[in-house]
Design a protein around this ligand. Structure first.
Ligand SMILES: NC(=O)c1ccc[n+]([C@@H]2O[C@H](COP(=O)([O-])OP(=O)(O)OC[C@H]3O[C@@H](n4cnc5c(N)ncnc54)[C@H](OP(=O)(O)O)[C@@H]3O)[C@@H](O)[C@H]2O)c1
Length: 245
């Protein structure tokens, strides 16, 4: 039965994955910044028979990452699956007005993930097994006026994971880059999105669990986003500028 580390364990998408993984014998190590929300998630998984450990950390506190990973390894011993799920959807207009907001959001969605992966990768490389599954976004495939700060951070994560995958493949560690489209979670509550394109966290969670099992490199979820993004990245720049996406 696997040992599973979940970073940003209070995320709706992470929860959908964890409910699928939860079974007697499975050991979860949950990391999040809200003790109250972590407790709720932990109770749910424990009720399904899993064993649950919790650690409170704001992932922007980069100095806290090594201690958290030490504590994780001391508690559950080794990591079969690490799911990296934390993130925020920035207010693009605020990012354009205030460099501090832009840097803060880039740190939360990009640099904090890269810092975490840098330490985690070395531990998994020494372990010579396991899967690191990282939630990036289709937004990282091409910058759009409406969310290019978020897209730039996710694009950095996607590129980092591509290199990390090639490096860790030599040690038997698998890296999965997850690119969801629009998902109905607390993150997107304030947005008006095209109904036909919105997926449930359950659908996305099912796709992620299957992609981890099949050791896929990149997952677009739902799958139709692969085609949408293929078209999007090939739109000539002169036309893309005028589309106002
Ligand atoms: N929903 C979408 O349409 C969509 C699309 C593409 C990609 N994604 C990505 O999917 C991932 C999961 O998001 P979601 O849709 O499940 O939204 P969500 O339910 O809002 O989950 C995001 C989680 O990240 C946590 N978090 C944010 N910053 C953190 C930090 N510095 N330290 C610790 N925890 C932090 C939040 O914790 P609190 O609850 O304590 O704030 C929240 O639980 C994110 O990486 C997101 O960018 C989502």
């Amino acid at each position: 039965m696997p040992n599973i580390l979940v970073i940003g364990a209070t995320s709706a998408i992470a929860n959908a994955c964890m409910r699928r993984w939860a079974d007697p014998g499975v050991r979860f190590y949950l990391v999040g910044r809200s003790a109250e929300k972590l407790d709720q998630v932990g109770f749910d998984l424990a009720a399904r028979g899993a064993s649950v450990h919790q650690y409170i950390l704001d992932l922007n506190e980069l100095d806290g990452v090594a201690d958290m990973l030490d504590a994780c390894c001391a508690s559950i011993g080794w990591i079969d699956i690490a799911l990296i799920a934390h993130g925020t959807l920035p207010d693009q207009a605020a990012c354009q007005q205030d460099p501090k907001v832009a840097v803060q959001e880039f740190t939360n969605n990009g640099l904090s993930v890269i810092a975490l992966l840098t330490d985690l990768a070395n531990r998994m490389e020494a372990q010579k097994s396991g899967c690191i599954a990282v939630i990036s976004s289709v937004a990282g495939d091409r910058g759009r006026p409406s969310n290019y700060l978020y897209g730039a951070a996710k694009g950095a994560v996607t590129t980092f994971c591509s290199g990390l995958r090639a490096r860790l493949s030599k040690s038997g560690v698998h890296v999965l880059t997850i690119k969801p489209g629009f998902v109905d979670t607390p993150m997107t509550q304030r947005l008006t999105l095209p109904k036909l394109l919105i997926a449930t966290p359950e659908k996305v969670g099912r796709d992620i669990v299957r992609a981890v099992e099949k050791r896929r490199d990149t997952l677009y979820t739902p799958g139709f986003w692969r085609l949408i993004m293929l078209i999007t990245i090939h739109i000539p720049g002169s036309i893309f500028k005028r589309l106002g996406l």
